[in-house]
Structure formats: structure tokens, C-alpha cells
Design a protein around this ligand. Structure first.
Ligand SMILES: NC(=O)C1=CN([C@@H]2O[C@H](COP(=O)(O)OP(=O)(O)OC[C@H]3O[C@@H](n4cnc5c(N)ncnc54)[C@H](OP(=O)(O)O)[C@@H]3O)[C@@H](O)[C@H]2O)C=CC1
Ligand SMILES: CC(=O)C(=O)O
Ligand SMILES: [Mg+2]
Length: 751
């Protein structure tokens, strides 16, 4: 697996831009008219207030309570970094909140409380009960976390769940079930060593014992070594419950002959020697974050037979509570649960373990750059597995219903599973899919504009994200000084910088170009100038000769000019059926507009070609194309000469016998809104259109820019379809991230 290299600068920039932090709040109701105001606020708001006063359960219907979880910390155990305090824990808590949203569509808000006094924390959190459907406690150190959670569970009527305890224990249990399955050992026979007797450690060992591990076979260690019966130093009642009858005193001694090591302590706590002394087929879960107790490389160095997991996303087998808390809360919220109980946690662990043993869909395999199948390097589902959202919450909800904590049981389980699938934003998986394919292809990407810092930053990000090799066209000294000025001086060595003036291939490139242009009014000196001095032409020549797999350009010059230059090398014009398609991503929806680049005033045949090009782009993004030819008239009314070609284009497609849905002509609202489409029951579209073929390039540009400026839509493209090699153009106002996305798109098409 290619490892993503993240620098401290990357991490800070990610948190700084485009806005400080990682989340925002968005209204879900219209707030534009006097009437909206009267309904949302006084006087309309009084009605739900009274309804809730009469029946508290109504809060789940009329407020956000039922889908809102608080992520609460006091920062006393921030990951494995220790007591950084409430304020410094905020990035982690915001992070958990975004994970809740991304993976389970749970709205979540972070709350950092500046106190280490359990009583203060209990009082503060208890008072927040009315606001939330659940409380996720996070990174509060042991033993205070045990007292706080226990009391809040008793005193609150919503789920209170300390993620570091139970989230970790659930995932650890799921991974362990599968790891032991592979090593052919029974949990009751295993000698288990757990390092880190805090929030995560105590909960993990308790669950492992519930699963059948014998008390006398389990050794728990902390900073003072083995927790044995009679030890007095650094003890508390939770540690005492796991004190072993043993003469072992150090982690090193405990590890000898152990079958399983569970680490929830700190970076580097385990040595190669300790791993070497373990039993056959040892299981090692080094779960400390951000750095594990021992890296998989170090462990495998001494024990090839080890099954190793960490808490990180850049190694196989990520045993991290991100696989648990989003889905546990999703299931709990959907039954308006009073609590998350042990049965719900066990159901979650079992569902996760089962899922990992099943066949893995290709999209998941691609996201991880390798074929995943149940085995030593795949014992637990991967976080981007799209099946998690509809497999885990139903198991949790069912367990909650069976054990009587549901205020509102689910009656139609199949309907519930379908609704879970629909919850997820399809745009997220499309972008993830593109990244996945790009990562798998490991393309050598030509960044043509090495004189532009945005392109250079994108090239660095491309390479450091493990997507492939970045080839930058530019002068070495210039690239170096620009990168240094941007604080990226160390990236110079990582990139391959190609200077057109002194490449060994220049003569071959010139011969090729001369052949293409000699009958088009270009002489040898024109060709030399183009090949050696124009970065777009030079880059296209590199690509044409296989000295790179794909290219991205267009940030420094208008796309019409860039297309003209590229056309000297490739047949990238309307005549050759090339089409520009722009994808608009907005509010969980994707709509493509075509042609946004190549055809200026297409006729009906061109329009049909544009539809075909756009359909192939849609399929490459994993979408089943539904094309609408759009205009200001719908199915012939009002009659207009201008709309004629849009009316005729579907007939051309019919004659071509294409294998995707299309219809037209129609207005955009009919194309995108199934209710409006109901007035035309003969329409052949089975759902709202996802491709709008527009009458001309100006209407394409207007539509895209209007959506971008007014609605804040994310714009990807124009994506070029029909060129012999993957080339992507970005716009002159592209950001580093836009350029990177274009590179990813180009890379996803390689191969
Ligand atoms: N992968 C995952 O999903 C998760 C991983 N974790 C990781 O687990 C670790 C602990 O978190 P948490 O339980 O919340 O923290 P706590 O502060 O509650 O507990 C930390 C425990 O680790 C022990 N410890 C610290 N250093 C060492 C050492 N060198 N050798 C042995 N034990 C040591 C402490 O010992 P003592 O009692 O003597 O002070 C304490 O018992 C962190 O690294 C965290 O990132 C946590 C949750 C989830
Ligand atoms: C993953 C997590 O919750 C932790 O490391 O604290
Ligand atoms: Mg944590």
C-alpha cells in the first residue's frame, strides 16, 4: 500500500483553509421570506414549543435533537498525546464531529469543557441533555472518565458513550475475533497482554474477558509495569479488578510466549525483542495514536507470522473507533434510544467482524490500492467501505429494540436499510472513487505549468498523497525558488523537474510536431519555438511520446488558447468528437453540463455526440447516465426555431442506438425535478437527469458559473472526453486543490 506522506505544514494548512477549523452549521429550512421568518421564529415557533412541553417525545419530531450528538472532552487524554487541555483538544473533537457526519450523517458538535473536576463535568454535561440525542465523551483520562460516564448514564435519558472506552473495545473485539479465526486459536486458551490501563485499556480487557478470555491468562500493564495482585503503587479500583496472580513484573517478561498483545498506551512502548519472544502467529494490535506502540514494519521485521493492526489509516488493519461510534450512534438515534447498552456494542462488533469476512466490493479495494480479501492484512472492514452505513446501524438498532432501550422501534427494517443507503452523499463516494483509481494507477502526472505556484503545490500534494510521480515542466532554478518561497523547499528533491530546453527528447518531439504541422503553415523554426518554449505543447509532446501518463494544465492561460496549443499535438477538437464535460456537485447531487469546452455552436449531430461523450464520462465516475437535452421549451412548446436542434438531437441518438437513457427537449426544471416531469408521463427518463446537454457553449458557461457563484457548487472540469490520452484543463482561477482534483481525474483515466 502506498503511504500518504503528511507534513506538519499540510496538517496546519488543512485546518486553516478555506476557513479556520473543520465544520460549519447550515440551515435546513428556507429563510428568505417574511413567512419563513414567521414560521421559523415568532409566532410559528410557539406551536412546536407547546407540543414538546405537552409531550417531550415530540422533540424528536420538531427539533434536531434526534440527529445531534455532542462530542465532549476536557482534553486530559488527547489521543496518546496526554493532557493537552480543553482548548488544544478542539481539533480532535471537531474531527470526530466531521467523522460522524461523513460516515453516518449524524450532526455533531464539539464541546470542550475547561475542568478536570468530575463533579463539575457531570453537572455541566447533564444540563445539556435536552439539546442532544446522545453524548459522545472523548479523550477524558482514566480513572475520572469511569466516574463521569457511569454517573451520566444513571442521570441522563439519552445514550452516554465514552468512545475511548467502548468504541475502542468494540473494534478491538471485532478485529480480535477475526485475527484469532486466522491464527486458529481460541480466545479462552490465549495468553493476552494489554499495555495501557486507562480508558481504552480497561474497557478492552473487560470486553475481551466477556468474549471468553480467562482472567488468569490476561496481564495488564501500565507505566509501572505489570498490574499484579498486591501492587499498591499507581493503582485504582478499575486496575485492581484486573490485577493478575503472577510473578511477572515487566511488560518484557509478560510478552514472552504471549499470543495476543493489545496496546492502548503510547508510541514505541513495544520493542522488536518483545515481539520476537511472543508465541507462534502472534496477534499485535498496536492501537496508540497517532503513533503505534510498534510499527508493522518493525513487528514484521522479527516476526513474519504476526498479524498486526494499528490505529492509523496508512497501514492495513486500522483498528480505530472510527469504525464504531458513527454507526453505534446512527443505530441508537434511529430508535430514539435511551442508552447504548452492551448488547448493542456486541452486535456492532459481530456485524463488523462478519463484514470483514465477506467478499469486498471493487470500490473498497480500489480505495486501498489493492485487492482486499479476508486475511492477515484485512481482518477488519476499511473505514471507506460503503456497506458499513447500511450493515452496522441495523444490527445496533435491532439489539437496542430487543433489549428495550428503544423509544421508537423500527417497524420496517428493510425500509430502514434502504433509507440508510440513501443518507450518504453520493458525491463523497465519487470523489473517493476517483482518488482510489488514481492511487491504484500510480500515474506519472505531467504538471505543465511549473512556473505557477498553485500548480507546484498541487504537484507536491499529488506526489505526497501517494497518487503517483509528479513531473513538473519548468526551469529547475525557478521551480526551486518558488517552492522555497512557499516553504516547500524540501519538495524539490521529490519532484522530477523537466526543462524543455535541455531534454534529450527534444529532436524527436520536433520531428513529430513538424510532421503534424508542416502542411498547416508551420515551418521548422515555428515548430522549434512551439516544442521548446511553449509549456502546453511541450507537455503534450511528452505525453504523446509516453514520457508521462497524463497531464494537467490551464491554470495560467485561457482554456481556448491551451486547447489550441494541445491541438498541435493531439486531435482534440470538435471535428474529432472531443467533448468537454463539467460536473457540478451541490447538496449531495451531481449534474453534468456538456459541452463546456469544445463545441461552440453544435448542431443536432454534434449534440448527440456530446451526449455520448458526457455519458462515457458519467460512467467513468460510476454514474448511470440520464441525459436531458435542455432548452427554454419542453417537448416542442413553445415552438421556436432556436429549440429545433434540441428537439432533433434525441432522434439522432435513437438512430445511433445508444445504451443510455436520454430525452428532450425540456426545460431544466423538468429535467431535474421528478414532480415537474410527472406532467410528461411519456418521458423516457427513469429519474432526474444527471447530464444536461445545453444548446451552446455560452449557455454551458453561464450555467456552470451561475451555479458556482450563486449556489457555491463544487465544479469539476471541464473533463475532456475523446482525446487519445488523459489531459485535463483547469481554469485560470483554479486553486491548488482544483488543480490536484484535475490531476486525480486525469490519473483515474490512465490504463
Ligand atoms: N485505536 C483506537 O481506536 C484508540 C486508541 N487509543 C489510544 O490509546 C491510548 C490511551 O488512551 P486512553 O485510554 O484514552 O488514555 P488514558 O490516559 O485514559 O490511559 C493511558 C494509559 O496508558 C498508560 N501508559 C502511558 N504510557 C505508558 C507506557 N509507556 N507503558 C505502559 N502504559 C503506559 C497509562 O498508565 P498509568 O495508569 O500508569 O498512567 C494509562 O493507564 C492513546 O494512545 C490513544 O490514542 C484510544 C482510544 C481509541
Ligand atoms: C482514536 C481515538 O479516539 C484516540 O486515539 O483517542
Ligand atoms: Mg479518543
Amino acid at each position: 500500500m502506498s503511504k500518504t506522506k503528511i507534513t506538519p505544514e499540510d496538517a496546519l494548512a488543512f485546518h486553516l483553509l478555506p476557513h479556520p477549523g473543520k465544520l460549519a452549521i447550515q440551515a435546513t429550512v428556507p429563510m428568505s421570506t417574511q413567512r419563513d421568518l414567521s414560521l421559523a421564529y415568532s409566532p410559528g415557533v410557539a406551536v412546536p414549543c407547546e407540543a414538546i412541553a405537552a409531550d417531550p417525545q415530540a422533540a424528536y419530531d420538531y427539533t434536531t435533537k434526534g440527529n445531534t450528538v455532542a462530542v465532549i472532552s476536557n482534553g486530559t487524554a488527547v489521543l496518546g498525546l496526554g493532557n493537552l487541555g480543553a482548548l488544544a483538544s478542539k481539533p480532535v473533537m471537531e474531527g470526530k464531529a466531521v467523522l460522524f457526519k461523513r460516515f453516518a450523517d449524524v450532526n455533531s458538535i464539539d464541546i470542550e469543557l475547561d475542568s478536570e473536576d468530575p463533579e463539575e463535568l457531570i453537572a455541566a454535561i447533564r444540563l445539556m441533555g435536552p439539546t442532544f440525542g446522545g453524548i459522545n465523551l472523548e479523550d477524558i483520562k482514566a480513572p475520572e472518565c469511569f466516574i463521569i460516564e457511569q454517573r451520566l448514564k444513571e442521570e441522563m435519558d439519552i445514550p452516554v458513550f465514552h468512545d475511548d472506552q467502548h468504541g475502542t473495545a468494540v473494534i478491538c473485539a471485532a478485529g480480535l475475533i477475526n485475527a484469532l479465526h486466522l491464527s486458529g486459536k481460541k480466545i479462552e486458551d490465549c495468553r493476552i497482554v494489554l499495555n495501557g490501563a486507562g480508558a481504552a485499556g480497561i474497557a478492552c480487557l473487560e470486553l475481551v474477558k466477556t468474549m471468553g478470555a480467562k482472567h488468569d491468562n490476561c496481564i495488564m500493564c501500565d507505566t509501572k509495569g505489570v498490574i499484579y495482585q498486591g501492587r499498591t503503587e499507581g493503582m485504582n479500583q478499575w486496575k485492581s479488578a484486573h490485577a493478575a496472580r503472577t510473578d511477572l513484573r515487566t511488560l518484557e517478561e509478560a510478552m514472552q510466549g504471549a499470543d495476543v498483545f493489545l496496546g492502548v498506551s503510547v508510541k514505541g512502548a513495544v520493542t522488536r525483542e518483545m515481539v520476537a519472544s511472543m508465541a507462534d502467529n502472534p496477534v499485535i494490535f498496536a492501537m496508540a495514536n497517532p503513533d503505534p506502540e510498534i510499527t508493522p514494519e518493525e513487528a514484521h521485521d522479527v516476526r513474519l507470522d504476526a498479524i498486526v493492526a494499528t490505529g492509523r489509516s496508512d497501514y492495513p488493519n486500522q483498528v480505530n473507533n472510527v469504525l464504531g461510534f458513527p454507526y453505534l450512534f446512527r443505530g441508537a438515534l434511529d430508535i430514539n434510544a435511551r442508552a447504548i447498552n452492551d448488547e448493542m456494542k456486541i452486535a456492532c462488533a459481530q456485524a463488523l467482524a462478519e463484514l470483514a469476512r465477506e467478499d469486498v466490493p471493487d470500490e473498497v479495494a480500489m480505495a486501498y490500492g489493492r485487492k482486499l480479501s479476508f486475511g492477515r492484512d484485512y481482518i477488519i472492514p476499511a473505514p471507506f467501505d460503503p456497506r458499513l452505513i447500511h450493515r452496522i446501524p441495523p444490527a445496533v438498532a435491532k439489539a437496542g429494540m430487543d433489549t428495550g432501550v428503544a423509544r421508537r422501534p423500527i417497524i420496517d427494517m428493510d425500509g430502514y436499510k434502504r433509507s440508510l443507503k440513501a443518507r450518504m452523499d453520493p458525491t463523497a463516494s465519487i470523489l473517493e472513487g476517483l482518488h482510489a483509481r488514481a492511487r491504484q494507477n500510480q500515474a506519472q502526472m505531467i504538471f505543465a505549468e511549473g512556473d505557477d505556484i498553485r500548480a507546484l503545490r498541487a504537484a507536491v500534494a499529488y506526489q505526497r498523497s501517494g497518487l503517483g510521480k509528479a513531473l513538473v515542466v519548468g526551469r529547475e532554478a525557478d521551480v526551486k525558488s518558488k517552492l522555497e518561497a512557499a516553504g516547500l523547499g524540501d519538495a524539490v528533491r521529490e519532484l522530477r523537474i523537466i526543462n524543455a530546453a535541455n531534454t534529450v527528447h527534444l529532436d524527436a518531439y520536433k520531428d513529430f510536431l513538424y510532421d503534424r504541422l508542416k502542411r498547416k503553415g508551420f515551418d521548422a523554426s515555428d515548430v522549434h519555438r512551439l516544442a521548446a518554449r511553449d509549456r502546453h505543447v511541450f507537455s503534450a509532446l511528452m505525453l504523446a511520446h509516453g514520457h508521462g501518463d497524463a497531464m494537467v494544465t490551464g491554470a495560467t492561460r485561457k482554456s481556448a488558447h491551451v486547447m489550441e496549443q494541445i491541438n498541435h499535438v493531439f486531435d482534440a477538437d470538435a471535428e474529432h468528437g472531443v467533448v468537454g464535460v463539467t460536473a457540478l456537485l451541490h447538496q449531495g447531487r451531481i449534474v453534468m453540463i456538456a459541452d463546456t469546452l469544445v463545441h461552440e455552436w453544435p448542431d443536432q449531430n454534434d449534440l448527440a455526440t456530446i451526449a455520448e461523450g458526457a455519458a462515457s464520462v458519467a460512467r467513468s465516475l460510476g454514474l448511470e447516465p440520464r441525459v436531458a437535452f435542455v432548452s427554454f421549451s419542453t417537448f416542442g412548446y413553445p415552438v421556436s426555431e432556436r429549440a429545433e436542434k434540441m428537439h432533433m438531437a434525441p432522434k439522432v441518438l435513437e438512430a445511433r442506438g445508444v445504451n443510455f437513457e436520454f430525452e428532450g427537449e425540456m426545460t431544466v426544471d423538468v429535467a431535474l425535478n421528478m414532480t415537474a416531469m410527472e406532467s410528461y408521463p411519456f418521458s423516457r427518463l427513469s429519474g432526474p437527469a444527471n447530464i444536461l446537454v445545453v444548446p451552446a457553449r455560452h449557455s454551458a458557461s453561464i450555467s456552470v458559473k451561475l451555479m458556482q457563484e450563486m449556489a457555491g457548487a463544487t465544479v469539476i472540469g471541464p473533463i475532456l472526453s475523446g482525446v487519445a490520452k488523459p489531459i485535463q484543463l483547469c481554469s485560470t482561477n483554479a486553486t491548488e486543490n482544483d488543480i490536484l482534483n484535475m490531476a486525480v481525474l486525469a490519473a483515474s483515466k490512465v490504463g
